[in-house]
Design a protein around this ligand. Structure first.
Ligand SMILES: NC(=O)c1ccc[n+]([C@@H]2O[C@H](COP(=O)([O-])OP(=O)(O)OC[C@H]3O[C@@H](n4cnc5c(N)ncnc54)[C@H](O)[C@@H]3O)[C@@H](O)[C@H]2O)c1
Length: 594
């Protein structure tokens, strides 16, 4: 008969333990909570009372229900009080010896049927299980902070976990209103393993001065819709905690990408632990404060760099595709005169028609007046001749993603454009310096990587190869801000910021699936529910297209030669089999044909 879980124990009433007690009691389960001494018991009880009171104040819990909930919670300093618990969850500090001691003591106190669960974030459940007389009844139950709010629970199985125990604990998590995922016993489990590898890579980019902290964070927020940028998140987690997790992951995996970036150790030693110490990657108003204050690393606002500016009023756009049309619209809407160079008159008219359609939509929605629509359209002039770009202050190239084609365009621009004109490419994967090298004026050449759809997406990655003049970078940063976009600066390396951080993570997720560590639904759910990402990795890969993803992963591997960047064979096989994602109806998942 399936276990009822009428009574559970929680050992440790700190940040996590108190939250876990609340979760059980809310679900109508009797909880006995154990702490080391009376003051700790009182503190734990107060934490639960305060948290449930906040829930009442926010109308998330009725006052009566709170009373009932609290009446189900008993606190104690005696492990003996857990004798008849069906399940005990430990949430004591993250030390193997301490956790093993707790389990060894529980082994003597609890009945033979009791299941033991650890809330560890990074220690081995297998290691803990063999310190008990009941290894088949030991699992991980990894709640996220704050436990009453976060839906994800990673249920961790070991090689000896009884499958029945596993399914009972998973069902219990559902009963608690959580979204459980099942995974094997590997450091970091699903969410932290994927998350911290990505965070560590972002720290490495900061450390190597590839991009600034604000730009790294803005790139992931505006480019991927992440709730927080990686460095702000590191500060929130605490650099010491992040270091420990990465270090444990590295010791287990010997994967270079898990080795904590060296700057972390230096920052920790210097007492820069993140928000909690008032300083980490950012500086905060006070220890524990979420308010970021300016410091020596804070960049000047766009337009106020020391490098000076070039005037930009007339903008050329080369190309007639989706990106070119969107970019022309963005410049025209922000008051620039736009010359669009097309290969044929019909294609040029197509761009104007595309812009008209987009503006018309805005008029229908009441977001734009007819007058502004007409003024905007009047600023766009299509042409088939490069000569008409002669007077442009800035030209943005958005032709096919083919180096030869782009180099031919840059050669033509070099012939006609006035001295001092800025020449930009919107390439997403080719080296910008190759475009610069096709001209006699490499210092005027820069990358402006818009995202699709350009009229909507806020982010523009501004890519300066070693050749770009500082005033060109400063001008393009200011222009980008003026057209209502968020500029971020980075160097000329494969993937720029967003793709260089996003695709290795997607590849790690693919490798995790390939290794049968967890299934695709659980990995997607862990990243959505545990990390607040807008989509799980496989849902995203299917949207982006597996062929496109494979090409990006290959270019990253070609550039960096990091073993972990080599595309997972599973992705290659899916592409070979013609499963390219949503566009073909099958990718990691099957989709209904439209
Ligand atoms: N904080 C997080 O975001 C988070 C998220 C998921 C998992 N975890 C994991 O949860 C566990 C607890 O973390 P925390 O942040 O709640 O730590 P914490 O320091 O806030 O709480 C630990 C509590 O355990 C008590 N304790 C210590 N020894 C004990 C013993 N022998 N018996 C009973 N109580 C004892 C301490 O007095 C303290 O109140 C750790 O394994 C941690 O890795 C933490």
């Amino acid at each position: 008969m399936a276990r009822e879980f009428a009574r559970v124990g929680v050992v440790g009433l700190g940040t996590m333990g108190a939250g876990i007690v609340e979760v059980f009691a809310r679900a109508g389960i009797e909880v006995v909570a154990i702490e080391v001494d009376d003051p700790a018991v009182t503190r734990g009880r107060e934490t639960i009372e305060a948290s449930t009171q906040r829930a009442v104040d926010r109308s998330k819990l009725a006052a009566d229900d709170r009373e009932a909930l609290l009446s189900r919670v008993r606190v104690s300093t005696q492990l003996d009080d857990l004798a008849d618990a069906d399940l005990v969850v430990e949430a004591v500090p993250e030390r193997l010896d301490l956790k093993a001691e707790v389990f060894a003591a529980l082994d003597k106190v609890c009945g033979p049927e009791t299941i033991f669960a650890s809330n560890t974030s990074s220690l081995s459940i297998t290691e803990l299980s063999v310190r008990t007389e009941r290894p088949a009844q030991v699992v991980g139950m990894h709640f996220f902070n704050p436990a009453p709010v976060q839906a994800l629970v990673e249920v961790v199985r070991t090689v000896v976990t009884d499958p029945e125990v596993l399914s009972e604990v998973t069902e219990l998590a559902v009963r608690l209103g959580k979204s459980p995922v099942v995974c094997g016993d590997r450091a970091g489990f699903i969410a932290n393993n994927l998350l911290f590898t990505y965070l560590n890579q972002a720290v490495g980019m900061f450390e190597s001065h590839y991009a600034g902290r604000e730009d790294l964070d803005a790139a992931m927020r505006f480019g991927c819709g992440y709730p927080m940028g990686p460095l702000a998140l590191m500060d929130l987690i605490g650099l010491d905690t992040a270091y420990e997790i990465l270090d444990t992951m590295y010791r287990q995996s010997r994967n270079q990408r898990h080795a904590p970036a060296p700057i972390l150790k230096q920052m920790i030693t210097a007492g820069l632990l993140g928000r909690k110490s008032g300083r980490g990657f950012y500086t905060y108003a006070a220890p524990g404060s979420p308010e970021v204050v300016a410091d020596a690393l804070t960049p000047p606002p766009p337009g106020q760099e020391a490098a000076g500016q070039r005037p930009v009023q007339t903008v050329g756009v080369v190309g007639t595709g989706t990106m070119a049309t969107g970019i022309a619209e963005v410049f025209a809407k922000s008051g620039h005169d736009v010359v669009v160079r097309a290969r044929t008159e019909a294609k040029g008219e197509g761009v104007v028609a595309g812009i008209r359609k987009s503006l018309e939509k805005a008029v229908v929605k009441g977001k734009l007046t007819e007058e502004v629509r007409d003024e905007t359209l009047a600023r766009v002039r299509p042409t088939t001749s490069f000569d008409d770009l002669a007077a442009c202050d800035l030209v943005v190239e958005a032709v096919a993603e083919d180096l030869e084609v782009k180099q031919a365009v840059f050669g033509a621009l070099d012939d006609v454009c006035k001295p001092g004109a800025i020449l930009a490419t919107t390439t997403s994967s080719l080296p910008v310096v190759e475009c610069a090298a096709a001209t006699q004026r490499p210092d005027d050449v820069i990358g402006m990587h818009f995202f699709n759809p350009a009229s909507v997406m806020k982010l523009v990655e501004i890519v300066s190869p070693i050749t770009t003049s500082p005033d060109v970078t400063a001008t393009v940063r200011a222009v980008t801000a003026r057209i209502g976009k968020h500029p971020v600066l980075c160097g000329d390396r494969a993937g720029f910021i967003v793709n260089a951080l996003l695709f290795p993570y997607l590849n790690d997720a693919t490798a995790m699936l390939e290794a049968n560590y967890a299934n695709a639904d659980d990995i997607d759910s862990a990243m959505k529910n545990g990390c607040g990402l807008p989509m799980g990795p496989f849902a995203l890969l299917d949207v982006v297209g597996l062929d496109v993803s494979l090409a990006i992963e290959r270019s990253l591997y070609q550039e960096f030669r990091v073993p972990g960047f080599a595309p997972a064979p599973l992705l290659e096989h899916l592409v070979t089999a013609g499963r390219l994602g949503r566009k073909t109806g099958q990718g990691f998942r099957d989709y209904q044909k439209k």
